[in-house]
Design a protein around this ligand. Sequence first.
Ligand code: FES
Length: 140
Amino acid sequence: MPAPASYNKVVPKVTFLNIGRTVEFKSGELPYHEHGKPESILDVALHFGIQLEHACGGSCACTTCHVHMKTGAEVNLSPMEEDELDRVETAGDLTLESRLGCQAVVTGDVVLDMPAWNRNYVSEGGGSMNLGDAIPAAKK
Ligand code: FES
């Protein structure tokens, strides 16, 4: 008996270290919520009720979705495109592990952490803000 079509799909696990939570989804089957690229870290986070700031709505115009990748980024995330590279370079707390959650599409298991604070460079408004403790706790 052949396996159902969805049986062989990749099921990436995304671990958010800052809240100690791992979620998983079937590639190609995550309902798209129009925040960032489909199946991006931001899309996955919001789908599972995990708060990840996204001041520009996921259009690569701020850095509030900035995350630090711990494992899996090299092979299990979409490559960084030029617009993401230009934008992420303006992020506070920039590291070699930095990605924008709305632009990095998950294709396999990844582990990430969210910076405790972030700076907002929304093109329209400019300025910066320290989100710090203003970031609400994740929904469980
Ligand atoms: S949400 Fe603004 S760049 Fe990702």
